[in-house]
Each structure stands twice: as C-alpha cells, then as structure tokens.
Design a protein around this ligand. Structure first.
Ligand code: AMP
Length: 481
C-alpha cells in the first residue's frame, strides 16, 4: 500500500523539484517510514536491503534540513566501499541540486591532496569509507565539529570488513548532539550492542524483505564441473539471450581469465575487481550503467549497493564464499519492480553449500535444465543478431538531471577578492536570469566555477562576455569539467 506522496512530507520546493526530475512518483516503503522520522530528528536503526530506495530515504530529509550557510560539513555518511560512496554522493547531489548542496566523496586510492583541496570549499555532505575519513581526521583536514547527521550505511558489511575500530574512532570525533541513522541488511545482536551506545533511544524499523527484489527473481542452479563451466555459460547465454548481465567470480584472476575467454568469443564484456585502478573501475561501472556492453564480469566488490537499472541476469560463475553475498549478488537484478534471473554454477563439492544458502534464507533455488543442442543453435543465431544491432544506451538519472545544468569557468578567484555573493549578484543581474538559476559556486585562488541551472548556461555565458565582477574584467568560458 502506498498512500503517502512526496508532497505530504512538507518538503521544500527545491527538494520536490529534484525528486520529480529523478522520476520518483511515490515514496517507497522505507521512505514512507523513515522520512518523517528523520524530519522529526529521531535516531533510527533500519533493516533494509539495497533496492528498497533507502539512500533517498535518508538523503531526502537530510537535504531538506541542511543549512546552506554553514561552512563546515553537516552530514557524514560512512559506507564500506568506494563505489557505494560515489553512488550515495551522487544521490545527495541529485536531490540537493536545486538547493545547491555541495558534496564530497572521500575514499582510498584517490590522491588525498585532491580531497584536501575539495574540503577547503564549503562542503555540506561528506560521504566516505572509514579508512580514508579516519586518515583525514588524523591529518586535521576534515573538521567534523558541525556534523549534525551521521549515517552508517551497510553497517553489517562495514563490520565484516573489519572497519570497526576506524568507525569507533570517527564516531568519537563527532559532536554528541547529532542524529544517528544506521542502515543494514542484517542486524546481528552484537551490532545492536555496539551502536546502541552511540544512539539516543533509536527506533527500530524493519523493512521486510518479502517486499524486496528477491521474491521477483527466478533462481536456478546448475551442477557443473569446474572445467565445463565456460561451455555451460555459452549455452545459457544463447538460450537466455540476456540484455544486461553481471557474472560473479571468486577472485580477480578468475575475472581476468573469464573476460579473456569471453572476449575471444566476441561477447561485449568488461571486468571489474579491486585490483584495478580506481579511475578504471569508475569508468567501467559508468559504461555498464549506460548499457555500452552486456556482460560485467566481477568479484564481490560489485555485489553491494551498485545500482544499475534493468540487469536481467546474475550469473554466479563461482558460488560466493559468504552466504550473505548470494543475496547481495542476486539483488543486483529484479530492481525497481522488474523481474530477473539468477543462475548459480556449483561444482559437485559445492552443492552442499548452496543447499545451506537456500535453507538459511528460505529460498527456492531450482535446478536448471541444460539447454538442448537445438535450443542452443537457434538461440545463438538470435543472440548474434542482437549483438549486431549494437547496444541500447540507457538513460542515466544523474545525466538527466544534469542536462539542465552547465558549469562555467570564470578567470577570477580568491586572489582578486571574489566572493560567492559577487558572482551570484552579477549573474542574477543578467536579463532573464534570477537568483534561483545560480547553483553551486566554487572559488579557487585564481579562478572560480559556477553552476547555472534551468538550462540558462548559454544566456549567462553570453552575458558574462561584457560584464565585470566586482569591477574586475573577467573571462568566462564553458568549464571543461
Ligand atoms: P537504493 O535502495 O537506495 O539502492 O535505491 C534503489 C533504486 O531505487 C535507485 O535507483 C533509486 O534511484 C530508486 N528509487 C529510490 N526511491 C525511489 C522512488 N520513490 N521511486 C522510484 N525509484 C526510486
């Protein structure tokens, strides 16, 4: 049942505008329950899985409450992986775009100097992995004195990954007078014990997974010897003719090997694992999200959080070592009301382990039927035709919302004593432009950037050619980004 509408929460029009642009029509169950409580400043422990809309459940009310004028970060979100950090940052940026909320993602492997520079700007929301956040605290490059909202996302994963000491270290550095929200797919007793002391009378919310994606996923398994997996994979691809697939392997090496084999066969595919450069990982994820290739071959690094629309199939080429990973992996499909198929390969020795997963989560995993030679032949023809037709590029939410926004470079900054108000004032004085059209302003030593909203970038750029800012001649150009 979905009675509430976003309009009923009493949100600001800037936030409602972003929600509309993102295409969210009605709040999901977790949003219905959580948004009003965060607006009322309640600490909450929320048991929910990715795919439930939980990111927006905290990002919407927090964006609503952020005080724009405050110079120090007010929101800290801790997440277990870099990919998730980027995704959450993107959600905050999308939802906070018209309110002009500025966000930063802090994670390992990216040069710390880049992040330090970013933190010198006014940043309202910081999203990061515990290791890097702790690092910034130790270096005194992240001031957490004004944090009012702490979100611990995927808490179970964070503890499993051994981040507990860093998480404690970070929380000890935060003001006591804050809101704390804990999101987790599972809530073991020890976690409750640990976090209860950091929360004030937390309200427990359990979003039942029967409403979650798992029920909409057709789950099959095939018992297969390790050396016959690739042959079986081909048969399944031809008969299923999938649009978008994540294939999970146990190790980086298995990912690389499988990608090589698949490329040899001409399948449009790419690998994703923790051994790759961060920039490459981001690029692969982006291209997969856009549907530029069909098969993403990956390790469990991609099993959590990563949100790609319309993944039709998950293939567990290697069965996961952890029971929970199975749920996270298959949860990449069947999202946003779609159905999906999850196929698991098990060697005879691993069969017992699959049985345990099924029993533990009460799943119905059926034995798949090996396709006949004829089925494979017919399927192969059709699938090859589909490949020839080329990829169908998918719409990406953030791209959509960004379409109306352009970033402009201005050749004057702090050294010329330019302040955000000077830029905003000059731009608002342009005919046909009003203060609402001016987005985030970033002032560096020798130059500045300003986002122009509502598709008015070209008008502003043209007008700035003949304008001065604070009496100073400037050059304005479209930013390279
Ligand atoms: P999450 O559980 O945060 O990983 O979100 C899962 C997906 O649902 C993301 O693609 C969101 O953009 C999308 N989403 C979140 N809230 C809504 C909503 N109210 N209506 C439609 N889609 C939503």
């Amino acid at each position: 049942m979905n009675n509430l509408r976003f309009n009923d929460f009493g949100l600001d029009s800037d936030i409602l505008k972003s929600i509309k642009k993102l295409g969210y029509e009605n709040p999901s169950e977790v949003q219905e329950k959580v948004i009003p409580l965060i607006l009322k400043n309640k600490d909450i422990i929320i048991k929910s899985e990715t795919g439930s809309g939980k990111t927006a459940a905290f990002a919407i009310p927090i964006c609503e409450k952020i005080e724009l004028e405050e110079k120090l970060p007010q929101v800290l979100v801790l997440t277990p992986t870099r990919e998730l950090a980027l995704q959450i940052m993107e959600s905050f940026s999308n939802i906070g775009k018209f309110k002009r909320i500025n966000c930063a993602a802090l994670f390992g492997k990216e040069p710390i100097t880049v992040q330090i520079k970013k933190l010198r700007q006014r940043v309202h929301v910081v999203v990061g992995t515990p290791g890097r956040i702790a690092d910034h605290i130790k270096r005194n490059t992240l001031n957490l004195k004004k944090i009012k909202y702490l979100v611990i996302d995927e808490a179970d994963e964070m503890l499993d990954m051994g981040f507990i000491d860093q998480v404690k270290f970070i929380i000890d550095d935060l003001p006591k007078d804050r809101l704390t929200l804990l999101f987790s797919a599972t809530i073991p007793q020890e976690m409750l014990k640990l976090f209860n002391k950091y929360m004030v009378n937390p309200i427990n919310i359990d979003i039942k997974s029967k409403n979650s994606a798992v029920d909409r996923i057709r789950q099959l398994y095939y018992e297969v010897e390790a050396h016959e997996k690739f042959d079986l994979l081909n048969k399944i691809i031809y008969t299923e003719k999938p649009d978008s697939v994540m294939i999970f392997c146990r190790t980086k090496k298995n990912v690389d090997n499988l990608v090589l084999h698949m490329k040899d066969k001409g399948y449009p595919c790419s690998g994703l694992h923790g051994g790759m450069l961060q920039s490459k990982r981001i690029d692969v994820t982006k291209r997969f999200k856009r549907g530029e290739f069909i098969f993403l071959v990956c390790t469990d690094i991609a099993a959590r959080g990563i949100d790609v629309e319309n993944i039709t199939h998950i293939i567990n080429y290697d069965i996961p070592m952890e029971k929970e990973s199975y749920i996270h992996r298959i949860g990449r499909t069947g999202r946003a009301g779609n159905s999906g198929t999850a196929i698991t390969f098990v060697t005879p020795k691993e069969y017992r382990f699959l049985e345990k997963i099924g029993e533990f989560f009460n799943l119905n995993i059926e034995e798949g039927k090996i396709p006949s030679k004829e089925e494979v032949e017919t399927g192969k023809k059709l699938f090859n035709e589909k490949l020839k037709a080329g990829p169908k590029i998918k719409n990406d939410n953030s791209r959509y919302i960004n379409r109306d926004i352009s970033k402009i470079y201005i050749s004057a900054g702090k050294k010329k004593k330019i302040r955000p108000g000077d830029i905003a004032g000059t731009i608002s004085s342009i005919n046909g432009v009003n203060p609402d059209d001016v987005g985030i302003i970033d002032i560096e030593d020798n130059f500045s950037y300003v986002n122009i909203l509502s598709g008015k970038g070209d008008i502003v750029l043209k007008a700035l050619q003949n304008k001065t800012i604070k009496g100073k001649t400037i050059r304005a150009e479209k930013a390279m980004k």
